[in-house]
Design a protein around this ligand. Structure first.
Ligand code: NBP
Length: 481
């Protein structure tokens, strides 16, 4: 029997994706470099559907109906190139190769060009939702050619998560677009997690509540406008008790956050594009700070807090303030992430629909959240919306949260509690809404030391002051440098 789709790479993700296809009634060809994993899938889940197992890549390719659709789900990097190099000579024009691993989008652009030379479609696809999502419905972000989506799309939509009957999968855009939006998704995930961690820390240090008590607060928040997967699982982690010590698990976990690199890529790209994604950047740096062990040890006993004992007068009111600060900061982090998608879409010619992006992130993925509906609606109202937080709905949210947000950030600063994501989001908010920024002074300084010129508010053109001479101004014309 010819298979409709093939999966090569049967570690946790590939195995579960293959099972997901089979459970939806699709005949799935399966392959893994080490055959034992293929065998294990058949032994343990073979009864879930129709699998066509192959030991060799040649047999695997031969088992697929044309145009072949092959999903590569191996460790991102050289492994992906190794599989592609082995596959290409076995394929025929029009076949579709999907890389569903966490590739860096420049690699995807390179691979797409490489395969196009062989008449093959290469689809770099983001897949989010972890192991569980891969099995029960992930959020899927496929890039590549629109033509490939015609035959591949329905299969991917079928196995994706559904929200209100709508699949959490849509065509994203050419070449690297799919992996790019997955990268930004992960960047937003970093910001979301950092904000949640700051909220927890503030409540704990401000009110003395136990992790289990704070878990209850998160559970309550999860029934309101903050409802999301990450808020839900925060309650679960905070409630967990360590069997060995009897303490809250969160108190015995080493406080050094690790990362696999998608946050770093997001920030690096934002620097290239000149897009301020301060929430994601602070979240990435906060992980780096947590892992800066020698620096933390050098600082711990030497650097004073310079604060007095913190006393929160009204714990309930404080918890509500933190909730509002969290919501406002979260909206800013998403707004920044969507700005980055817009900038990249222009820069790389992807024509990405941001509203559709928010729609496919409502289910299946790690940042799935109730308020993503509101983002979709905002972009439906105005698909060219220049700033998400300037949309009426989100401006209203921030206005409602603003006083609380300022109280929380000020209180944290006064009491020596680090809230890099809360406070940088507020600084961004105040910066982006400002009538005038001190950037004018920076331009003046640049002109003095480097004759870099400046523009004026009252007339067109480019100007330079003769700082070393009579301090008169000359119009130097030309473009803005
Ligand atoms: P891993 O990232 O742990 O990769 C293991 C798989 O890669 C095995 O099937 C292994 O084959 C295969 N492989 C390697 Br390593 N080098 C190979 C090579 N040179 N040629 C052929 N196969 C090779 O698996 P995973 O955790 O299932 O993740 C798969 C992809 O999905 C990754 O790109 C990951 O970043 C991405 N992703 C993961 C998650 C998650 O929650 N884990 C979520 C979203 C995306 P072997 O069995 O023969 O060693």
């Amino acid at each position: 029997q010819q298979a409709e789709i093939g999966v090569t790479g049967l570690a946790v993700m590939g195995r579960n994706l293959a099972r997901n296809f089979a459970r939806h009634g699709h005949v799935v060809a399966i392959h893994n470099r080490t055959f034992a994993k293929t065998q294990a899938l058949i032994d343990e889940a073979g009864s879930e559907g129709t699998f066509v197992a192959s030991e060799s890549l040649e047999d695997f390719v031969a088992s697929l109906a044309r145009p072949r659709k092959i999903i590569i789900m191996v460790k991102a990097g050289p492994g992906t190139d190794a599989v592609i190099d082995e596959l290409v000579p076995l394929l025929e024009e029009g076949d579709i190769v999907v890389d569903a691993g966490n590739a860096h989008f420049p690699d995807t652009i390179r691979r797409e060009q490489q395969l196009a030379e062989h008449g093959l479609h290469f689809v770099g696809s983001g897949v989010s939702g972890g192991e569980e999502g891969a099995l029960n419905g992930p959020s899927i972000m496929p890039g590549g050619s629109r033509k490939s989506y015609e035959s591949l799309g329905p299969l991917l939509e079928d196995i994706s998560a559904k929200v209100d009957g709508t699949p959490c999968c849509t065509y994203i855009g050419p070449d690297g677009a799919g992996h790019f939006v997955k990268m930004v998704h992960n960047g937003i995930e970093y910001a979301d997690m950092q904000l949640i961690a700051e909220a927890y820390d503030l409540i704990r240090r401000g009110t003395g509540k136990s992790p289990a008590e704070i878990a209850d607060i998160f559970t309550e928040w999860n029934s309101g406008e903050l409802e999301s997967f990450l808020i839900e699982i925060t309650a679960e982690v905070l409630r967990q008790v360590d069997a060995e010590s009897g303490e809250a698990l969160v108190d015995v976990i080493l406080d050094q956050a690790e990362q696999k690199g998608t946050g770093r890529w997001t920030v690096q790209n934002a620097l290239d594009l000149g897009v301020p994604i301060t929430g994601i950047a602070e979240a990435t740096f906060a992980r780096a700070l947590s892992g800066s062990v020698p620096q933390r040890e050098a600082a711990r006993d030497i650097l004073p807090a310079g604060t007095v004992e913190w006393h929160v007068e009204d714990p309930d009111a404080f918890v509500e303030d933190v909730r509002r600060a969290l919501y406002a900061s979260k909206v800013v982090a998403y707004s920044q992430g969507f700005d980055q998608i817009a900038a990249a879409s222009d820069e790389y010619g992807w024509d990405i629909d941001r509203g559709a992006m928010a729609r496919i992130w409502r289910g299946g993925c790690i940042i799935r959240a109730r308020f993503l509906n509101r983002i979709t609606e905002a972009y439906e109202r105005d698909e060219k919306l220049p700033l998400l937080i300037a949309d009426d709905f989100f401006a209203g949210v921030i206005t409602e949260c603003l006083e609380a947000w300022r109280r929380v950030v000020a209180g944290a600063a006064q009491n020596g509690i680090p809230t890099p994501a809360f406070s940088s989001s507020l600084a961004y908010y105040d910066g982006v809404r400002a009538d005038r920024l001190p950037a004018a002074l920076i331009q003046g300084l640049r002109d003095l030391f480097g004759a870099h010129t400046y523009r004026r508010v009252d007339k067109d053109g480019t100007f330079h002051t003769e700082w070393g001479g009579d301090r008169s101004e000359t119009a130097v014309g030309g473009g803005f440098k």
